[in-house]
Ligand binder design. Sequence first.
Ligand SMILES: [Zn+2]
Length: 113
Amino acid sequence: MVQRNSIEISSRIDKLINNGGVKLHKFFPSNREIWTVVGSLGDQIVFINNNYCTCKALYFSIMRNNFRICYHLQTVLDAKKNEKYVVTEISDYDYYGFISLLTKSIYKQFTTK
Ligand SMILES: [Zn+2]
């Protein structure tokens, strides 16, 4: 059962990567980088250096003191390792608009039942 689940998760991850679901947003000229992944509820921001993702699953795993890497984070790490992600270049001028839209969408995921 455990094995079947992990196969299901890895095929879900492969599918997401192959469908261009992992995006690296590069801002210029600051060189800020933001990773996002398309989740089932919407886009998630993934902070690869801190092992953090904005999804509910990771949030609750931390709140329960039972950290478990979510599939978004795993997907971004795999995509990065295999260099299979979509790079978009965005001007720093649009940074706050970008973050604002993204956080609004994430907020909605937390408030929608
Ligand atoms: Zn996540």
